[in-house]
Design a protein around this ligand. Structure first.
Ligand SMILES: Nc1nc2c(c(=O)[nH]1)N[C@H]1C(S)=C(S)[C@@H](COP(=O)(O)OP(=O)(O)OC[C@H]3O[C@@H](n4cnc5c(=O)[nH]c(N)nc54)[C@H](O)[C@@H]3O)O[C@H]1N2
Ligand SMILES: Nc1nc2c(c(=O)[nH]1)N[C@H]1C(S)=C(S)[C@@H](COP(=O)(O)OP(=O)(O)OC[C@H]3O[C@@H](n4cnc5c(=O)[nH]c(N)nc54)[C@H](O)[C@@H]3O)O[C@H]1N2
Ligand SMILES: [Mo]
Length: 702
């Protein structure tokens, strides 16, 4: 009898979450028996989450796609038969060559997001290949682009306050972020501060898990944050609570900001936000006079018509009161700016043919149905790391587009998702335990390594290997497409950057992870903002260039858009009501506690935890509609409808309904999800989405 061999391997969570956890995989006889949080990692601290605790259930799920599949039924039906990789690649090669000859390569459109968020296999893994091919350029601005643009215009690409230093703060504002569900591993640092006397304030229309733990929850109207932030600026200036020295030395445009904020006295802001004037003044006073004071914001604010400028207004606050002076003071919104990526090597924008068209993913439905009038029309769609059927707005249009018989759709996946059901070919993708990876983070400053723990199951391949195979199929002999995973890792980051001092692939293999060397812990105690002026720009000098989109969000270069002028001062735009008042309720579709976007919604443990798709509604709105607790309702507007089970609760304000996102269509009645009621209108900055502006009606199902 062979002795069983046990082993532990360093891994890192691949999912689209700010935590970027370091994991340990336990192996026995070549099989992974479980994953754990690495106890030595100061951010993960040995614990994972309800999504990833049982990651091996995902890896070994009987539902995994393990071989290339070819469609054997109608699109959407989900009937497939297994074929060989050789046959699948041959078909792709033939179809694409024919499309390129007949219509040009722009008739091919890639579509990827963050199903995997590793440095190697993440969002940008296919960009160089599609640039070389000459495909249409895909632009991905539905997560972060608006918030980052607003933040970037104000303080530059600074990672800001180290999330770990929140433990030193005395006043913490969690502004539109549900930390306990979406950034769980940040919570212990906040809880430690709270235990040491810090006040934790949550600004969120919904009484979330995080709001319940706060010392003060301000339940404002959705989309009113810009007005609130300008009201705070107004009150801080009116009560002369600004840090005059900091403002004079390290900020730009104070007089203009003062004038703009003058339009937002607390009484007016109270009518916009639904908060009491006294509470607005109190928040202003406490934030300005408690040291260190810090704000954590995420991407949720950007999802309203005026979201980007709201982030701008919020980002002005720490500089106004000199909060950046202290360790643990300031703001954290974009910790990923810490990581020195080699974007030129990753994107290969030099391969883009001048004039290649750009298609925003948020408009995929219209792009596929022909509503955008694209010439040539899209004839092939290639999806990897993404589930557009569930996460994109205008779901009816997305599905109609995916159902087109003349569209050659290739989907690389771990599971037959609602998107994959429409594929002509489904290609099997590995999970994290089957591949080599480096994990950076958008919530802390550690780089973690993920060594392959087990061999790929079936014929699954990593995304890097997928693109090596596609390059070979299309006859691209460039050495770029022949690099091994470790060679890609060495080129994807700038290892000579001082922040990566002493870090090598070998040291990561030895230790599992390492923290970036960030230098000063109060990085903006003396200004030093990476903006054109070197100051915190209340009045933005970048605004002159017009609205823009970051390079990593675009499958190519960063581009300033002429003809889209933006207000150089923070402002407030009311939430969009594209329905002309016909639909009275504002529907929010936040993240589910147990899923990562639509990932995990198909797995039994997480599906049980989340329960059925539900919608939260205030008792006032429920009784006005004769809706009973636990009953089934239809949430609808002119765009579409989905069904949900009602939860009547004062956790949501009157006028607001909340239906968490991520459920699969197969699980929903009428076969639609929250995406059916969302519009594809852009917000003010960075072409961010506006899905939190959705207006709906909720009706009992007879
Ligand atoms: N469990 C879990 N974790 C996740 C994810 C997941 O799907 N599940 N997804 C990951 C991804 S991709 C992302 S981008 C992050 C997102 O992380 P978060 O931004 O924290 O996620 P959300 O739950 O969408 O939104 C946060 C909160 O914003 C509130 N909100 C909505 N509109 C407004 C508004 O107008 N003003 C204010 N002040 N608050 C508002 C919502 O009620 C919600 O509680 O989470 C990541 N982590
Ligand atoms: N209504 C509403 N819509 C939203 C949001 C919202 O809050 N509300 N949030 C928006 C935001 S912030 C985001 S980030 C997007 C998320 O949008 P997506 O990134 O498209 O998110 P997922 O639904 O998780 O889809 C990722 C898919 O990638 C697959 N995958 C995982 N790992 C791999 C891999 O290694 N290789 C390959 N080929 N595939 C892999 C997973 O199985 C999964 O099906 O949704 C956006 N849409
Ligand atoms: Mo996201």
């Amino acid at each position: 009898m062979a002795r069983s061999s046990k082993r532990t391997v360093f891994a890192a969570c691949p999912h689209d979450c700010p935590d970027g956890c370091a994991m340990l995989v336990d192996l026995e006889d070549g099989k992974a028996t479980g994953v754990r949080g690495n106890p030595d990692h100061p951010f993960t601290r040995g614990g994972l989450c309800v999504k990833v605790n049982k990651y091996t259930e995902r890896v070994y799920s009987p539902e995994r796609v393990l071989h290339p599949l070819k469609r054997a039924g109608a699109k959407g039906e989900g009937r497939f038969r297994a074929i060989s990789w050789e046959a699948a690649l041959a078909e792709i090669g033939e179809r694409w060559t024919a499309i390129i000859e007949a219509e040009g390569a722009e008739a091919i459109l890639p579509h990827s997001y963050l199903g995997a968020m590793g440095v190697l296999n993440g969002m940008n893994v296919g960009d160089a290949f599609f640039n070389r091919l000459g495909a249409s350029i895909t632009e991905r601005t539905f997560c972060g682009s608006g918030a980052f643009t607003g933040y970037f215009m104000t303080v530059g690409d600074t990672p800001g306050t180290d999330p770990e230093d929140f433990r030193h703060a005395k006043y913490i504002v969690l502004w539109a972020i549900n930390t306990i569900s979406t950034n769980l591993h940040h919570w212990p640092f906040i809880a430690e501060a709270q235990k040491n006397g810090a006040k934790v304030v949550v600004i969120d229309p919904v009484r979330t898990r995080t709001a319940r733990k706060a010392d003060w929850h301000l339940a404002l109207r959705p989309g009113s944050d810009g007005a609130l932030a300008l009201g705070l600026i107004n009150a801080i200036i009116a009560e002369d609570l600004i840090d005059h020295d900091y403002v004079a030395r390290y900020t730009l445009g104070f007089e203009e900001l003062k004038e703009r904020a003058g339009e937002y006295p607390p009484e007016k802001v109270a009518t916009i936000t639904g908060l009491a004037p006294a509470d607005i003044r109190k928040l202003a006073r406490e934030f300005a006079t408690t040291e260190p004071a810090v704000i954590r914001s995420g991407v949720a604010i950007e999802r309203h018509a005026g979201g980007g400028q709201a982030v701008r207004a919020i980002t002005c606050l720490p500089a106004l009161v000199g909060a950046w002076r202290q360790i643990g003071g300031g703001m954290s919104l974009a910790p990923e700016f810490a990581f020195p990526f080699n974007m030129e090597r990753i994107l290969r924008a030099d391969w883009i043919r001048p004039g290649t068209r750009v298609i925003n993913q948020w408009r995929l439905g219209r792009a596929l149905t022909g509503e955008l009038g694209l010439d040539p029309a899209i004839k092939s769609l290639v999806v990897y790391n993404a589930n557009p059927a569930i996460v994109l707005p205008e779901q009816e249009k997305v599905l109609a587009g995916l159902a087109r018989d003349d569209l050659f759709t290739v989907v690389s996946e771990q599971f037959v998702t609602d998107t994959a059901r429409f594929a002509d070919l489904v290609l099997p993708a590995t999970t994290q335990l089957e591949q080599f990876e480096l994990i950076s983070s958008w919530g802390q400053y550690y780089l973690a390594i993920n060594e392959p723990a087990i061999a790929p199951l079936g014929e699954a391949v990593s995304n890097t290997e997928l693109f090596r195979r596609l390059a070979r199929t299309m006859g691209f002999n460039d050495p770029y497409f022949q690099r091994s995973d470790e060679e890609i890792a060495l080129e994807a980051l700038d290892w000579s950057d001082p922040k990566l001092q002493g870090m090598t692939l070998d040291s990561l293999k030895r230790d599992g992870f390492a923290k970036l060397d960030m230098g000063a812990r109060a990085p903006h105690a003396e200004g030093n903002f990476p903006t054109p002026s070197g100051k915190c720009e209340f009045k933005s000098s970048l605004a002159e260039g017009g609205n823009f989109v970051f390079a990593s969000f675009r499958q190519g270069s960063e581009e300033f858009q002429a003809g889209e002028p933006i207000d150089p001062l923070p402002n407030w735009t009311p939430p969009e009501d594209g329905e002309g008042g016909r639909y009275p309720l504002n529907s929010l579709s936040p993240k589910s506690h147990a899923f990562i976007n639509s990932s995990f919604a198909n797995l039994p443990t997480q599906a049980r935890h989340a329960g059925e798709q539900h919608v939260m509604i205030n008792p006032e709105d429920a009784s006005a509609r004769n809706i009973a607790e636990g009953s089934r309702v239809r949430v609808h507007n002119a765009r579409g409808a989905f069904q949900a089970v009602v939860r009547i609760t004062r956790d949501v304000r009157p006028g607001v309904v909340v239906a968490p996102m991520g459920y699969w269509m197969a699980d929903g009645q009428e076969g639609r999800t929250v995406a059916a009621v969302n519009s594809d209108a852009y917000a003010d900055l960075g072409r961010a989405p506006t899905f939190s502006d959705s207006r709906v009606e909720v009706s009992p199902l007879s």
